[in-house]
Design a protein around this ligand. Structure first.
Ligand SMILES: [Zn+2]
Length: 267
């Protein structure tokens, strides 16, 4: 166990975003005894082909809790409606409180240029909150904390500028846990994102593996040359799954010392 566990806060827009983009790193942290909390700012009550509203929100919350458990992480799903998230002052205050209460050392979230408005506004609201966690007069009943390092979760969007992989993490050794976590999101993976499947229950996990393969190897393919430069040709060519993170300038700078302490599994 580490003498002082890191507190890693992942803030996504929907139940499943954190697992999809940071499920591997979450597992790497918790295996070393660090704390990870996966937060969804919306309750996911719209993204489905047959159902919606409160019953779907309740289901999504349970699925997110099960997925977090697989990764050894904690789970929090806020009750904002899916597809309608706005970067309001109220939400900013909520996010300030979440970052403070968890005493986050590192906050991971979406960039604000993304196809989905909920992802964009999640990025905006976390950007708006990150520097304010130190200002005690804002949200005064929640004690202020030092500003954490903030980084963006990977995306493939090119405008206004493409994602910069400041930190790349090899997640091959924990990929099965990541897949297990995604498998917990039944209403997303088997009833919505890939359509409604009639694949038998005992074959679904392997079906899901093939469905997410292209998406989850896209960053590896995109940064293969960088991996070779960082790790040498042999290791750089071997890695199959990575997760990548870009520093946000509004958080604490990621100094070489911080990089070492925040990413203890990087060699
Ligand atoms: Zn999402």
């Amino acid at each position: 166990m580490p003498t002082k566990p890191l507190h890693i806060l992942v803030i996504g827009a929907h139940p499943d975003d954190c697992e999809y983009l940071a499920g591997g790193i979450a597992s790497l942290y918790t295996r070393l005894g660090h704390r990870v909390k996966l937060v969804s700012l919306t309750n996911g009550d719209a993204g489905h082909l047959d159902t919606a509203g409160a019953p779907l929100a309740r289901r999504r919350r349970l699925e997110a809790a099960a997925a977090a458990k697989v990764l050894g992480a904690e789970s929090l799903v806020l009750d904002h409606h899916d597809g309608t998230l706005m970067p309001t002052l109220e939400l900013r205050y909520q996010v300030i409180e979440i970052i403070r209460d968890f005493k986050a050392d590192l906050v991971l979230t979406h960039r604000s240029n993304d196809y989905h408005p909920d992802h964009r506004y999640t990025g905006v609201v976390v950007q708006d909150a990150i520097n304010m966690v130190i200002v005690g007069n804002l949200v005064p009943f929640s004690p202020p904390i030092y500003i954490p390092v903030m980084m963006y979760l990977w995306d493939h969007f090119q405008k206004p500028y493409p994602f910069i992989p400041d930190v790349i993490v090899d997640i091959d050794e924990v990929y099965e846990q990541k897949l297990d976590a995604l498998h917990c999101h039944t209403s997303q993976m088997y009833e919505f994102i890939f359509g409604k499947t009639d694949v038998p229950l005992d074959q679904r996990r392997e079906w899901l593996r093939t469905k997410v393969e292209e998406d989850l190897t896209a960053p590896t393919k995109m940064y293969r040359e960088k991996l070779r430069t960082l790790l040498g040709k042999e290791k750089g060519d071997q890695i199959h799954y990575i997760e990548a993170f870009e520093v946000c300038e509004y958080g604490e700078p990621l100094t070489p010392e911080k990089r070492l302490s925040l990413f203890p599994f990087l060699t």
